[in-house]
Design a protein around this ligand. Structure first.
Ligand code: 3PG
Length: 209
């Protein structure tokens, strides 16, 4: 259920944001994330491999929470849902994406960085928004300012988060989890450096828990 998914993400505290060029990278990546103690991934629709990668990761690692990221329109939302994504993340507010997710009973985290955008998410009754890009839009102090008028809303900041600043974000009770690509950088995946992914993932998990 939606509540379960939110609880899973809140419990894990970190959502690796992944870009895969080839679906056959999904198996070693899933292995690396699970070995690092973080069986969760947001696979972004920045590449054509997203759909197949979601399917592969879910099939190989049924215990993983696999969602879709960078979902920018209803067509991608449909492909993500058909691939079995457990949640949808968008870099911004897209009414068609939100409506598709709600129609399919899937949690959706639209990207916001202004009060007006939070209010659009609230029109749909969404409990959690992605604050993106967190670093460039003022980081934690902006989240605190946005949280003041919207006491029911929780935030998942993403963008510029890494091992050196994640604890600042997680210390604020309105932050349910942080997203980021620092432990799953493109170069690690391209070079097949899955050991480094496991190392940085384990480091992040140890920090956050
Ligand atoms: C995202 O879409 O969430 C970001 O690209 C992740 O941000 P980061 O690469 O700065 O961690």
């Amino acid at each position: 259920s939606e509540t379960n998914l939110l609880a899973q993400i809140a419990e894990k505290k970190i959502v690796p944001v992944v870009k895969l060029d080839y679906a056959d990278q999904a198996q070693p990546l899933g292995e690396a994330l699970c070995s690092g103690g973080l069986p969760v991934a947001e696979i972004t629709f920045r590449t054509d491999a997203a759909e197949e990668s979601i399917k592969t990761m879910k099939k190989e690692f049924p215990e993983m929470t696999v969602g879709a990221g960078t979902v920018v329109n209803a067509e991608q939302a449909k492909r993500a849902v058909d691939a079995g994504a457990a949640f949808l993340v968008s870099p911004g507010i897209s009414r068609p994406v939100i409506e598709f997710a709600l129609d399919n009973h899937l949690p959706v985290f639209p990207g916001i960085c202004t009060p007006s955008e939070v209010m659009i998410a609230m029109e749909y009754g969404l409990p959690v928004v992605k604050f993106f890009p967190a670093g460039q839009y003022g980081g934690l102090s902006t989240i605190k300012a946005l949280a003041a008028p919207f006491p029911t809303i929780k935030f998942m900041p993403t963008g510029g988060i890494n091992a050196s600043n994640i604890l600042d974000f997680l210390a604020f009770d309105k932050v349910i989890a942080c997203g980021g690509s620092w432990m799953v950088k493109d170069s690690f995946i391209r070079e097949g450096n899955f050991d480094e992914i496991t190392r940085l993932t384990a480091e992040a998990v140890a920090l956050a828990h």
